[in-house]
Ligand binder design. Sequence first.
Ligand SMILES: Cc1ncc(COP(=O)(O)O)c(C=O)c1O
Length: 359
Amino acid sequence: MDVRTLVRADFADLEEYAPVKPIEVLARELGLAPDEIVKLDANENLYGPHPAVREAAARASFHIYPDPYHSALREALAEWLSVRPDQIVAGAGADDILDIVIRLVWPDAVVTAPPTFGMYSFLARVNRARVVEVPRLDGWELDLAGIASAVRQGATLVFLASPNNPTGNLASVEEIERLCALDALVVVDEAYAEFAGTTFVPLIAEHPNLVVVRTFSKWAGLAGLRIGYGVANEEVARRMMAIKQPYNVSVAAEAAALAALAHRDELMDTVRAIVRERERLEAELARFPWLRPHHSAANFVLCGVEGRSARHVADALRRRGVLVRYYDRPELRNYIRISAGRPRDTDRLLAALREVEEE
Ligand SMILES: Cc1ncc(COP(=O)(O)O)c(C=O)c1O
């Protein structure tokens, strides 16, 4: 039998989500040891988890199923964010929360504002929703009129990131409020909010159609453990809880997240160190006459490349063990995105860029 007839035909030409490769695989490809690689391609936290977080994860009871209600975590998060625990839904990373939301809304059409995080359009396609792309304007500002028009034409879900990946800019309270006045569920992905020091969570009290998505991947250095959460109006959160996979957060991930919250002051010191490094990165990159760094509120810097191919630059850096993301597509022609790491990571990057400049 032809098994292709048993599966969704529209998946035959689904463009796969292109995740970054694991560091061991990249090291093998480059003939380097994993610790020789400067990994600035996925906005991870190169300081890694706090030792107490690592210990908490290791002590978790792996032989017992996790709490499907994530009660302890939701309580701790609620206290941190000044919301009620029943407004919080935890998941296997922010990605899981985005997936839960789109399955909950089951929209005909989804609005995205490119250039932005690729997961939104990927999830839309998997859920057979049309993707209405409303490109950002000059300065990567949101095209509010364009988004409103897409909603009037039937889109019921809007996905935005603030700070946006890869442009690094923030949306304003006024913009989010204007979007929340539309007849759509507005999802603001705050994966990088801790680096910006701002959040739209307080707006949920006024706007029941706002869902804020957050994660421990970036500020707490837990990308590999997969732990994120959504904050929403109680009714929306209750329905999200009802359709999520019961054991979507592992015992290790929940224990690690609780420990990260208990040690958040120390982790915030690391966040501040990363922000200082991002500022240094912005200043140093601007010294290269062929690079145009954009100001960012996150832990990465988007940089236009002039007079050279961004792909060539990324490849030349990669040969030197320094990994960055490059983009060459209509809304982002000839750009690289560089994550902010530790001072020594910036040093290695800058040394490699100087070599590339001489090539
Ligand atoms: C805007 C944005 N949202 C979500 C994620 C994924 O977060 P998580 O690791 O919690 O799934 C990323 C990861 O790069 C991101 O850039």
